[in-house]
Ligand binder design. Sequence first.
Ligand SMILES: Nc1ncnc2c1ncn2[C@@H]1O[C@H](COP(=O)(O)OP(=O)(O)O)[C@@H](O)[C@H]1O
Ligand SMILES: [Mg+2]
Length: 412
Amino acid sequence: MIVAGVMSGTSADGIDVALLEFSDPQPSPQALVPPNKARSSRLRKATSLTGEPSFKFLGHAELPYPADVRRLVLASMNSPRASVADLARLNFLLGDLYAEAVLSAQKKLKLKAELVGCHGQTLYHQGRAATFLGRQLAVTWQVGDGSRMAVRLGVPVVSDFRPADMAAGGKGAPLVPFLDYLLYRDPKIGRVMLNIGGIANVTALPPGATLDQVIAFDTGPGNMVIDALTEQLFGEACDRDGKIAASGRALDDVVRRFLGESYFRQKPPKTAGREEFGREFAREFLHACNLWGKEHEIPVEKKDVVATATAFTARSIREALRLYVMKKGSFSELIASGGGTKNPTLMNGLRSGVEEFGLTLRSSDEFGIPSGAKEAVAFAALAYETWNRRPSNVPSATGAARPVVLGKICHP
Ligand SMILES: Nc1ncnc2c1ncn2[C@@H]1O[C@H](COP(=O)(O)OP(=O)(O)O)[C@@H](O)[C@H]1O
Ligand SMILES: [Mg+2]
């Protein structure tokens, strides 16, 4: 069965589509295969939680959001108020754009998906319960209507993956650890998978990890703060190839001050989003950089702010590993994916930061999954599990009370 995974993350840069071929329409729980047998080949075999999905990565495609869509998505995420009519329209519009992204990936790869898994666009995520109208509620909302996609594509679409985990008491995130556990667990090698999207998250698998030993959480910002400040100061969507940061000077005091934020002291499991590191955070960050300049009577240039945000991001990931991962087992590899891997200044900061932990920085490309496609691959795998009525949340990562089948299925 060919399955497409569709991902659009908190960066709101666009839509990633990955196509996978699953070779076991009737997986048998008895036929377990050690996952590392197939590690070197592009055909990835993996032992699932209750079955044995075995898939081959067929290819991927990326489609940027049109600029006005990106603006509306970002405005909707950051806004305390939004027009209900516009949100309803955005829900259908994104369904259409996701369907078009799948069509264009199919055309590029000359393949046709028989099932689609679509994460949707998160407009709001609050993993921790808070009081609302007298009740304790943790909530999440991903838009991009599944029925629009199913009808347009002529195949079933699984979407809205997160609420099932939250209904079972979880934070609804992270969900990618399911894929990490399938692909990267190893009897001897301890691995940490790091995805640097808008938010950065890690999945740590100690050697020989069982499902209840998976450690996974959001470390904090990935590209989100860098993107916001680059946009504000340079009018560019991102610091392409990390050039601005490389030409600036990081203000160490400011980095240290923001590393003191309460999010970084919270123990995992924990999730973050624009609610924590969005526009408001970027505004405070910029203010602190300017203030530092005034206090020291040294002019702070715009490029220094981007350099500081980049250093802060790398340090926050390093600190998360130091505080919440390295003591939990012996780890030797850090496998990076996500758009942040294309920023060499960020990656150099990270590499030098984690060297002393004995971690070697590697890319998910080396394991047969292009770094930009990993999350889309994950949602294809999650959809496949749902289609086969198998649970795919990882309770130790989300905090859910039990494994549950994720998502809602829309038929064409
Ligand atoms: N060439 C590049 N140089 C610097 N940053 C890049 C580059 N390409 C992508 N990025 C960063 O990656 C982000 C997108 O990463 P992605 O993994 O798609 O995140 P998300 O899952 O949040 O959408 C962009 O917003 C940008 O910050
Ligand atoms: Mg993206």
